[in-house]
Ligand binder design. Structure first.
Ligand SMILES: C[S@@+](CC[C@H](N)C(=O)[O-])C[C@H]1O[C@@H](n2cnc3c(N)ncnc32)[C@H](O)[C@@H]1O
Length: 243
């Protein structure tokens, strides 16, 4: 069985509960407003033709569509995209949905964006290169977090968050664990960092990369947490923007 089939099946199975995790779909108007400000600030002026790679249930696509962009949402998982389509319909937003691999994107965009897709790609640099062809005169906006083995302190914090979640009997973020064989085969399957992302963006041929820390998103998200979770805080969020 190809790795891509395992990945697709995981996300199809995750689709029914994906939006239950606050990090996947904010319940708080303040957190949503902070994300909206970040997306508005980093994308070109609306209306632009924007491709959302690994769009999932539509976290970025819905924000961009509300801002007036012409959005195409690309994802491997029909289950995730079905949720996105339903959410867009409920708000009467127009988002074009495409089922397919991020490594073979459609063309003619002013910007390509992604959030939390790069870690689950077998070859992040190849995908970043393909996105250049999808927006040859355009912009890349990659929304990522610092987590896992990319940073020892963040790994400890992540363990602390997980320990507190279990102690409280809280629901996990996903329906199950990522298949270990899949995770082991992914270059960033155990963590991403600003350094990994900016290096890959440059290797893929994108120019003038800018690193932006999403402090307002972190601040608004941390303010929603109870103690002692608030002391640990949320994973550092950042965006890499290039052209
Ligand atoms: C962690 S979720 C992120 C979803 C969304 N971007 C968000 O911020 O909530 C990863 C998404 O990437 C999709 N995905 C994984 N590998 C993919 C690939 N090679 N091509 C397209 N989508 C992929 C999954 O189906 C899933 O919807």
């Amino acid at each position: 069985m190809a790795i891509v089939d395992d990945i697709r099946r995981f996300w199809d199975d995750d689709a029914p509960t994906y939006d239950d995790a606050p990090g996947h779909k904010p319940r708080s108007p303040a957190v949503l407003a902070a994300w909206t400000a970040a997306v508005a600030h980093l994308l070109p002026a609306a209306p632009a033709r924007v491709l959302d790679c690994g769009a999932g249930t539509g976290f970025l696509s819905l924000i961009a569509a509300r801002l007036g962009h012409d959005v195409t949402a690309l994802d491997l998982s029909e289950g995730m995209l079905a949720r996105l389509g339903a959410a867009a319909d409920a708000e009467q937003l127009r988002v074009q949905v495409v089922v397919g691999p991020a490594e073979l994107p459609p063309a003619d965009f002013d910007a390509v964006m992604e959030r939390h897709l790069l870690w689950t790609l077998p070859d992040p640099v190849a995908a970043l290169r393909a996105w250049r062809a999808a927006a040859p005169a355009g912009r890349l906006v990659a929304f990522e977090s610092l987590w896992g083995d990319a940073d020892p302190l963040e790994r400890l914090r992540g363990r602390g968050r997980e320990w507190l979640r279990r102690a409280r009997g809280g629901a996990p973020d996903h329906h199950g664990a990522y298949p270990e064989a899949v995770r082991a085969s992914l270059p960033w399957g155990s963590g991403t960092s600003p350094r990994r992302v900016t290096e890959a963006v440059a290797e893929a041929g994108w120019r003038t990369a800018r690193l932006v820390r999403l402090r307002d998103v972190e601040w608004a998200s941390t303010a929603e947490l109870p103690l002692p979770e608030r002391l640990i805080g949320v994973a550092p969020r950042f965006a890499v923007v290039a052209r």
